[in-house]
Design a binder for this molecule. Structure first.
Ligand SMILES: [Zn+2]
Ligand SMILES: [Zn+2]
Length: 86
C-alpha cells in the first residue's frame, strides 16, 4: 500500500495515502495484478445471444493469439487453446 506515516510532532501522526489518479486498470482475474488487457472471448448468454467476456487480464495470464486478441484461461480453454484439455 502506498501509505506513509507523517510525524506531526508531539506524538501525533497522520497517515497519507496516495490514491491512484483516474481510472486504474481492473485487477487481473487470475492473480489480481493490474489487468492491462481484456478478454476478447465471446460467451453465450442465457437469452441466446452473445457477449464479450471482457474480464481483465495481466500480460502473464492473457492468452494472446496472432490476431492480437487476448483470452482469459476459461475462454482459451473453451477454444482449445492455452494448454487445457486436448
Ligand atoms: Zn494475472
Ligand atoms: Zn474470457
Amino acid at each position: 500500500m502506498p501509505c506513509r506515516r507523517i510525524d506531526m510532532g508531539e506524538g501525533t501522526f497522520a497517515i497519507a495515502c496516495t490514491r491512484g489518479r483516474g481510472a486504474r486498470p481492473k485487477p487481473c482475474i487470475v492473480c489480481g495484478r493490474d489487468g492491462a488487457r481484456l478478454c476478447d472471448g465471446v460467451l453465450p448468454t442465457p437469452s441466446g445471444g452473445t457477449r464479450v467476456c471482457s474480464v481483465a487480464l495481466c500480460s502473464e495470464h492473457s492468452v494472446r493469439l496472432g490476431s492480437g486478441s487476448d483470452y482469459c484461461p476459461s475462454c482459451a480453454a473453451a477454444r482449445g487453446l492455452g494448454g487445457g484439455a486436448p
